[in-house]
Write a protein that binds this ligand. Structure first.
Ligand code: DP6
Length: 366
């Protein structure tokens, strides 16, 4: 299901942007944390399995895109005025893909400024927020030139579709609340090429879920996500994983519909440990958990046994996300401050929560 960028942004003639004229858009877009993990991909940046995530509120990237009609130097020459910025090739690749769909942007020069709300060294996925913020800004500028009217729903679908090509998890960040990427019989309208919002299927109480991110190590990621996904290509447990993830998704959707936190805890924790089990049994293997990560997991489970509604998830790294309802915010903070903080690198904990999704800071004049 392609949202049809070609048709959506169709123009019979290129827009009239005067030489030297500047058009700016700026979006603030969040990171997200997966409850059901995307791990492994097929050609075309398609996922091996469906994934489900919660969009965060505070871990955001703010990106400003300025278009200048300067046909001598088309494309994106720099990011934050640096030609060697590590994120620049991803944006250039994405722009090249977009030009194939919408050729009238070919003469544009783009200036891009981007900033993360979280310290770069914390290992919080910046590609999801960074890619989606860039895409939303760029597409808003293009939308202001579109000849045909466009609904917001079509705009976000296009943004999700394009974000996916930059980074898989980024396609889920264009929606607030909870988002699903990947075709599954469990959810009507789900697709491998873009994410869809799933809040209508989820108990409204879960919109107040909290996420405390315990930074166990702030060293740069030891495994790039692209290399990580490739480990699934010849993985001995790939088939079993596909069955498992389908069951997990179906069950989790049900648990989230009725806000069954106990069941959610079991499923979300099992997903996180399955991701790491797959990593540990890959060739080459990836042992990304640190002793402190494991210690936090044990202490969290002990606390839950004693009645504290808190559970964990993990990305492909050592940091631990603790999830809990707003009603127990103070209790969980106490638990973290008394029992877990010493296990964190420089006692760093980022208190985040389920968020409302990306926000347009500057929109171009139509
Ligand atoms: C473990 O989206 O970072 O966080 O598509 O190569 O950019 P690319 O990968 P990326 O992978 C995220 C993997 C994960 C699980 C998840 O977010 O679903």
């Amino acid at each position: 299901m392609n949202p049809g960028l070609r048709e959506l942004f169709h123009r019979s003639t290129p827009p009239d942007v005067a030489p030297g004229q500047k058009i700016t858009a700026e979006w603030r877009s969040p990171s997200n944390i997966a409850f059901i993990k995307y791990w492994g991909k097929r050609p075309g940046q398609l996922p091996l399995n469906p994934s489900l995530s919660m969009t965060l509120e505070k871990a955001v990237t703010t990106t400003r895109v300025t278009v200048v009609n300067e046909p001598l130097h088309p494309g994106i020459g720099s990011l934050n005025q640096q030609t060697g910025h590590p994120f620049l090739p991803k944006l250039q690749h994405l722009y090249a893909l977009l030009m194939e769909e919408v050729p009238w942007i070919s003469s544009w020069t783009l200036e891009v400024e981007t900033q993360n709300s979280f310290p770069h060294s914390t290992g919080i996925a910046s590609s999801a927020s960074g890619i989606s913020a860039f895409v939303l800004s760029l597409l808003s500028i293009m939308r202001s030139f579109a000849e045909r009217p466009m609904t917001d729903a079509s705009f976000y679908r296009a943004a999700s579709w394009l974000s996916r090509l930059g980074s898989g998890s980024a396609c889920r960040s264009v929606y607030g609340g909870f988002a699903l990427w990947g075709a599954t019989e469990s959810v009507p309208g789900s697709s491998d090429t873009l994410a869809i919002p799933v809040d209508p299927y989820i108990h409204p109480d879960l919109k107040s879920l909290r996420d405390a991110i315990l930074i166990v190590s702030s060293e740069p990621k030891s495994l790039a996500s692209t290399q990580g996904h490739a480990l699934m290509n010849a993985h001995p447990f790939a088939e079993g994983r596909m069955q498992q993830v389908d069951e997990h998704l179906k069950e989790l959707m049900h648990a989230m519909k009725v806000a069954d936190l106990d069941r959610m805890a079991t499923l979300v924790e099992n997903e996180a440990l399955s991701l790491h089990a797959l990593l540990m049994t890959s060739h080459p293997d990836g042992l990304l958990l640190k002793p402190a990560s494991v210690e936090i997991i044990h202490l969290t489970r002990e606390a839950r046994k004693k009645g504290l509604p808190v559970f964990f998830t993990l990305d492909a790294g050592p940091n631990v996300h603790l999830l809990y309802p707003a009603s127990h915010e103070e209790d969980v903070k106490q638990f973290i401050e008394h029992q877990l903080i010493e296990l964190c690198s420089e006692k760093l904990v980022i208190y985040d929560r389920c968020g409302e999704g990306p926000v347009a800071v500057i929109l171009p004049q139509a």
